[in-house]
Write a protein that binds this ligand. Structure first.
Ligand SMILES: Cc1ncc(COP(=O)(O)O)c(C=O)c1O
Length: 475
């Protein structure tokens, strides 16, 4: 057993690194980890610990176990528990102090511990709520997959991916995203970034049109493959696909423009497919968070309009965890062999056992249940963000909130940079929209902050919102 998590404790906002390792079960490991943190000065005297329920949820432990561990440390004198002020690290009164265990005062460093490194509140977009990973259901699928896997599954993997997974994905993507998916055209990969690496430059060449605002990481990855990217202007209806010219392909986020947040207008969806048909072009559809929609009708996958002209690319990075490194491409028939050749003779990226686990997770309905639960959770978080802003900063407009795991706060012109700086001062990590702008874009969207609301653990979210509101420019 060796597990570690980063937790943000409410109010104090201090990051707490808990490593559960060593003998004696999880309760003993937690006691040891907390005791070491106090002894080593990482948890300063007076620091308030997260409520045991929250810590239990973050660590995937039973509440009683965490409550027991706290009680044990209170009994030993490392912690104090008072009605109304929660559980705190005991303050050594003096060298013979009675609020810390004998000798503890001498062991707590005299010098104040260094402030926690990194931000206290992580509101950067990109990651789902890690504390909600469905550990039990995933483990159940893993067990079933392992039990049922045929012997050949333990040999070298097929570069197309396990058939079980391709079949489960075909069913799921057809049912929920309107993808015209056939298992024969699905190639498993380790996520969207890997899909780009497979496609460029071995299968496709540039120039590639991209949205004027998008992930810099993807642009860098394309540049490293010697692909010239051409920025397409954006407006409230999404990418201005009428601007496509001699590019061979275009990369879009049609369900939820990243990062500005709107769907591609239906007329533009039709227009980009017409462009691809007329010019022999190809549309790459990055469907990174298509499952998370709240107040609007589902936006189906663009690929459904023409599976021979659109490559549909998805992954579990937003729906489950980016740690799994599992994704897929639904390809036009004519590209399947070339992509398989780019992958090589054997599967070298996506673990066969993880693939079989995801296949079971999909087929057993666990994936649907998880997505439904997370949709509800993220909706609640989004609503809390909107309510906090309405109360504390009513002059700030929130956009892009109908779907996804992030929102865009529109700022008065010229205030974006100072707002990002102010957020840093408040211990909040987030990005301004300018961070996502293509260096050769000829247009700019108005100033704004991109706020990811999925990452903070449940008990730290209120404090994160508080700090965010403090950082916003006054009305
Ligand atoms: C715009 C965008 N596309 C795709 C992805 C998924 O990337 P990957 O599957 O490589 O983790 C993300 C992040 O999760 C993203 O923000």
């Amino acid at each position: 057993m060796a597990e570690s998590w980063v937790n943000s404790a409410e109010r104090i906002g201090a990051d707490l690194y808990v490593e559960l390792s060593g003998p004696g079960g999880r309760r003993a490991a937690l006691i040891r980890a907390l005791r070491d943190a106090v002894r080593g000065g990482r948890l300063a005297p007076g620091t308030r610990l997260p409520p045991y329920r929250s810590l239990a949820a973050d660590l995937g432990m039973a509440r009683n176990t965490v409550a027991d561990a706290y009680a044990e440390l209170v009994a030993e004198g490392w912690l104090t528990a008072r009605q109304g002020s929660g559980t705190r690290v005991a303050t050594p009164l003096n060298q013979w102090g009675n609020s810390a265990p004998r000798g503890a005062a001498a062991r707590v460093p005299k010098k104040a511990p260094a402030p926690p490194r990194g931000p206290r509140h992580d509101l950067r977009q990109g990651t789902p709520d890690a504390s909600s990973f469905p550990r039990s259901a995933w483990l159940a699928s893993y067990r079933r997959a392992l039990r049922q896997a045929p012997t050949e599954a333990f040999g070298p993997g097929d570069p197309a991916g396990r058939r079980e997974l391709r079949e489960a994905l075909a069913e799921y993507l057809t049912r929920t995203r309107g993808v015209r998916a056939d298992p024969e055209r699905i190639v498993i990969c380790s996520g969207f970034a890997h899909a780009l690496r497979l496609l460029f430059p071995r299968v496709l060449r540039g120039p590639l049109a991209v949205e004027s605002y998008g992930l810099g990481f993807h642009r860098e990855l394309l540049a490293a493959a010697s692909v010239r990217t051409v920025p397409l202007a954006l407006d409230e209806d999404g990418a201005q696909v009428g601007g496509l010219d001699r590019e061979r392909a275009v990369l879009l986020t049609p369900a939820h423009q990243f990062p500005t947040g709107g769907p591609l207008h239906p007329e533009r969806r039709a227009a980009v497919v017409d462009w691809a048909r007329a010019r022999g072009g190809l549309v790459l559809e990055d469907d990174y968070d298509g499952e998370f929609r709240y107040d609007r009708r589902p936006v189906g996958a663009l690929q459904g309009l023409d599976p021979e002209r659109v490559v549909h690319i998805g992954s579990v990075s937003k729906s489950l965890s980016p740690a799994l490194r599992l994704g897929w491409m639904v390809l036009p028939q004519r590209y399947v062999d070339a992509v398989l050749a780019a992958k090589g003779e054997r599967e070298a990226w996506a673990s066969t056992l993880d693939q079989l686990t995801l296949a079971d997770f999909l087929a057993s309905g666990s994936y649907d249940r998880h997505v439904r639960r997370m949709r509800q959770r993220y909706r609640t978080r989004r609503d809390r963000l909107v309510a906090a802003l309405a109360e504390r900063a009513p002059h700030i407009e929130v956009t892009g909130i109908a779907a996804g795991l992030h929102a865009v706060l529109r700022l008065p012109p010229g205030t974006e940079r100072s707002a990002v700086k102010a957020a840093t001062w408040q211990g909040v990590a987030l990005d301004g929209l300018a961070e996502f702008r293509h260096p050769r874009a000829t247009m700019s969207v108005p100033d704004g902050l991109v706020v990811g609301y999925a990452t903070p653990s449940e008990h730290a979210y209120g404090a994160a919102l508080e700090a965010l509101c403090e950082a916003l420019p006054p009305g």
